[in-house]
Design a protein around this ligand. Structure first.
Ligand SMILES: [Zn+2]
Length: 440
């Protein structure tokens, strides 16, 4: 028995279901990549402010210096122009100027109780969405309106779930206790945004932290897991090589070949020996270099990442990457500029939530089955938030909401069952209700 009757939550979710679909589809049509979520930030901010939340956006929500992987100035300018065209007002654009996105919203019930924080990520991906029949967003007419950009990981769902939870909490404020902080986090892709929110202090003195993801595992909507396990630690990096150009036939000896150095870097990064304490990955995903057939390339740009089953193992991979890249650059006589642009850590969810979720869900018509844990086997920067809350004595979890997947995450035909939206909202609200019943 929670602090609220089970039907109060379930009926609310049922009524909100058509809205959730509408919000999700609207958000799906305007995907924005990390630190350029100008329109999404404005949309979320307005929604929450109207509900009575105390809202912080952009520069107020994130620590400017702790943002990782901020795009180039011209890309940010384009985003601001696009937002202006969309109707985002000047004062909001000012808050977001220079790639400061995301919203933090706070609600105090006025009754003593714990401080609960929830996190929802809001960014899309630089992927061109499929326009094939059979792809639901195409069939139903809610395709991305931005060529080259797509919500291909379900963060449109996460945002819609967040808005629903926010509305419930605001409307039932007088029946609840304690306080709530809702984090609509930018730049999850590439593990870039969580740290900037944590460093602004929003999770200080949080007693319970809830986060999650739809999909990951191909299950039907209604089935879910109380916590994710096997988060991979990761380091994302950019590498710039500076050589010296020369005529390839006349004066090759005067050149310092950034192309050969780049190739050597890519090869040696792929040859890092395994580690006895856990799986490793080291990968170069892009390599751009060269200006002409008969020219010794003077620059190269590479994007890569490392992963480790634990933070310790990832540290080992990253150290190897650094050593090998500097070695390869030295061998070719070129300069190497290695920059960390994203970071994820290992995380362990608290098991406490399972009981609350199970008790709550057993009385809910939205949730069919709750498993204890599912493996994530990917990196997720909510891990930084989970660790931060736990280090200060709070408890934290990352739930997984099952859905049949049309295709894998980050693919042009990625899609999910919208039936998972009410399941996720119900799971979060029932867990909160049970938790509050025990603590208050
Ligand atoms: Zn995702």
């Amino acid at each position: 028995m929670g602090i609220l009757a089970s039907n109060t939550i379930d009926d609310f979710v049922e009524k909100a279901y058509p809205d959730m679909i509408a919000w999700r589809r609207k958000l799906h049509q305007m995907p924005e990549t990390g630190w350029t979520e100008y329109v999404t930030t404005w949309y979320v901010y307005n929604f929450l402010a109207e509900l009575g939340y105390t809202c912080f956006a952009g520069k107020e929500a994130v620590n400017s210096n702790e943002r990782m992987g901020v795009p180039a100035a011209e890309f940010l300018e384009e985003a601001a122009e696009r937002a202006t065209e969309y109707g985002v007002p000047e004062d909001m654009l000012e808050k977001m100027d220079g790639g400061h996105t995301g919203v933090v919203a706070q609600l105090t019930t006025g009754r003593p109780g714990p401080h609960i924080a929830l996190r929802f990520d809001i960014d899309g991906l630089p992927i061109t969405e499929s326009e094939e029949a059979g792809h639901k967003p195409y069939d139903k007419g809610f395709l991305s309106t931005r060529e080259g950009f797509m919500h291909a990981c379900g963060h449109d769902a996460h945002t819609a779930i967040g808005l629903t939870v926010a509305r419930f909490l605001a409307e039932h404020k007088d029946e609840l206790a304690g306080s709530f902080t809702l984090l609509f986090q930018p730049a999850e892709e590439g593990s870039r945004g969580a740290k900037a929110m944590v460093e602004n202090g929003w999770l200080r003195e949080v007693d319970a932290f809830l986060s999650g993801h739809i999909g990951i595992r191909n299950e039907k909507a209604g089935v879910m897991a109380a916590r994710g396990v096997e988060f991979l630690a990761t380091t994302k990096f950019d590498l710039r090589l500076h050589g010296v150009s020369a005529h390839a036939a006349a004066k090759p000896n005067e050149g310092r070949d950034a192309l050969l150095a780049a190739a050597a870097c890519a090869q040696t990064v792929a040859q890092i020996p395994p580690h006895p304490d856990g799986a490793i990955r080291a990968h170069i995903g892009t390599l751009q270099t060269g200006s002409g057939r008969n020219v010794v390339a003077d620059t190269a740009f590479l994007e890569g990442e490392t992963r480790g089953e634990t933070s310790e193992v990832n540290k080992y991979v990253w150290k190897e990457v650094e050593r090998r890249i500097h070695g390869a650059a030295e061998m070719h006589g070129v300069g190497a500029e290695l920059k960390v642009v994203g970071e994820g850590v290992e995380a362990y969810c608290d098991t406490d939530f399972e009981t609350w979720l199970e008790t709550g869900s057993s009385a809910s018509r939205w949730i069919e089955r709750v498993d204890s844990e599912w493996p994530v086997q990917a990196s997720e920067d909510a891990a930084i938030m989970i660790n931060s809350v736990q280090q200060q004595g709070g408890i934290a979890t990352y739930m997984l909401y099952g859905t049949a997947l049309a295709d894998g995450h980050h693919k042009p035909t990625f899609d999910y069952e919208e039936e998972t939206l009410p399941v996720a909202a119900a799971a979060l609200l029932h867990t909160i209700s049970e938790y509050l019943h025990e603590k208050v």
